[in-house]
Ligand binder design. Structure first.
Ligand SMILES: C[S@@+](CC[C@H](N)C(=O)[O-])C[C@H]1O[C@@H](n2cnc3c(N)ncnc32)[C@H](O)[C@@H]1O
Length: 455
């Protein structure tokens, strides 16, 4: 990173350099070593660290040596001068670890504090704004900002300056942290040329990273322009994560062990781990979900629960441990299941997978659990062609370019990403030219039983 910072132009003693979030000062020590080794004068160096213990340690280890100044302050809120060079490893802190006050202040002050932002996006923005004209910065961060929707404002800011180089680093670069890191080198001047991209397989590409949409397709050499502008959401009534009961150990039971009196409340259910062999799904599922909701998706009154009420009462202690009972009846699911949409012919996929695959539930009888995503086409007639398309290498490539990564290179198939997937013209056209029926199809039977079904 220091080589990149000073490539083609060594610092002079009158230049200044910043490490925002300097921790114990390892980067500042690295810059110093580099300058000494190359016989170059040290620039004036400033490290900013908000955590007092680390700031003290940095001051003890590198402070004062060759004019290094350690400031114990908040880089995101304190005032600070502009710099010729900025180098850093900003904090990766998700919005979930920030207080309400911090979130409010950051949202008011930063373009990049949008949606479920992460602090490194804000560090990027602040550093870009504190870089002198012509100054250079080198940051190591997670690669997520290349493609997540939340980072669109950062991509917009970066597309106004010269991104000289990005390098995608090995997954294992940080011990124990599942981040796919990358190094970005930026010069604060108007964009002149393309960006050099170092890929994980060691190859290099030259790319124009020009707009706020995901940069992964550009880096991967694929353009969405080949396919229609229509998206999956345009031909579906629902693209969602499966049902969250908050207590699958109570509501999900082995079908073969289910008491006959509960069958009337049971529907076949499927979890991500059961989606294994390619092919069509059958309703002979190994597990059943006991559902205290009517087919219209409304919660049954306690008096209507019958045998299910007796069973759930015995499990009441478990059910009351769920946080959702603060705002819902004790036997409700964590999230209200949109049954009228779930119980339609649909396409299923796992939420986390090494290789995305899509299955058809033609009858619409399966209730997907939280580890399964379901895609309900508005017109069931396109389900085969849609599923075939979803299983193409083209879609696998698009998903690899747009999905967040879990551990071991696995992809997280989130509904925002699935909904934004471009679909071919012929599928969008088939949908456009067919009258769309949103009417509720005949609901498949609950697991066969003689007992009366709930309304
Ligand atoms: C990922 S660590 C990097 C530390 C060091 N640069 C390194 O590579 O070892 C990020 C550092 O930023 C600090 N930090 C977090 N929020 C900060 C803020 N608002 N202002 C200044 N420092 C902050 C953390 O305390 C932490 O030491």
């Amino acid at each position: 990173m220091v080589n990149r910072l000073f490539r083609g132009r060594s610092p002079s003693a009158s230049d200044n350099l910043l490490d925002p979030g300097c921790g114990t000062g390892v980067f500042l020590a690295g810059v110093r070593r580099w300058c000494l080794k190359n016989g170059i004068a040290l620039p004036k160096m400033v490290g900013v660290e908000s955590e007092p213990g680390r700031a003290r340690q940095a001051a003890a280890e590198v402070g004062g040596i060759g004019g290094v100044e350690i400031r114990e302050s908040d880089f995101l809120t304190g005032s600070i001068e502009r710099f010729d060079y900025i180098i850093g490893n900003p904090p990766y802190v998700s919005i979930y670890n920030l207080s309400e006050k911090e979130k409010r202040e950051y949202r008011a002050a930063y373009e990049t504090a949008r949606g479920r932002f992460d602090l490194y996006l804000l560090f990027f923005e602040r550093a870009l704004k504190r870089l002198k004209p012509g100054g250079r910065m080198v940051f190591i961060t997670p690669e997520k900002f290349l493609y997540v929707e939340t980072a669109a404002p950062l991509r917009r800011l970066l597309s106004k300056v010269e991104i000289e180089e990005i390098e995608l680093l090995d997954e294992q670069s940080f011990d124990g942290l599942v981040t796919y890191p990358m190094i970005t080198t930026v010069v604060n001047r108007a964009r002149a040329g393309a960006t050099l991209v170092g890929m994980r397989d060691g190859t290099q590409r030259s790319c124009r990273l020009d707009n706020a949409a995901s940069w992964m397709p550009i880096i991967g050499g694929v353009s969405d322009d080949r396919i229609s502008r229509e998206r999956l959401r345009d031909v579906c009534v629902r693209v969602s994560c499966g049902v969250a009961t908050g207590a699958d150990n109570v509501f999900v039971r082995r079908t073969d062990l289910l008491e006959p009196e509960l069958l009337a409340f049971a529907r076949p259910t499927i979890a991500g781990r059961e989606l294994t062999k390619p092919g069509e799904m059958s309703r002979d599922a190994a597990y059943a979900m006991l559902i205290p909701y009517s087919a219209k998706g409304t919660l049954l009154a306690e008096g209507e629960l019958g045998a299910l009420g007796d069973y759930l009462s015995r499990m009441r202690g478990h059910l009351l441990e769920r946080t959702c009972v603060q705002r819902k009846p004790w036997y409700a699911f964590h999230e209200t299941p949109p049954l009228p949409e779930i119980l339609r012919p649909k396409i299923l996929c796992k939420d986390i997978t090494g290789k995305p695959h899509f299955w058809i539930d033609r009858e619409g009888s399966l209730v997907p659990r939280h580890s399964v995503y379901y895609i309900v086409p508005a017109d069931a007639a396109i389900i085969d062609s849609l599923c075939s398309y979803l299983n193409t290498a083209e879609v696998a490539r698009w998903l690899a370019d747009h999905c967040q990564r879990a551990a071991n290179g696995y992809l997280r198939l989130q509904s925002t990403v699935l909904k934004a997937m471009p679909i071919p013209d012929d599928l969008a056209g088939a949908q456009r030219h067919r009258p769309i029926s949103l009417a509720q199809p005949q609901l498949p039977l609950i697991i066969d039983s003689q007992s009366p079904a709930p309304r």
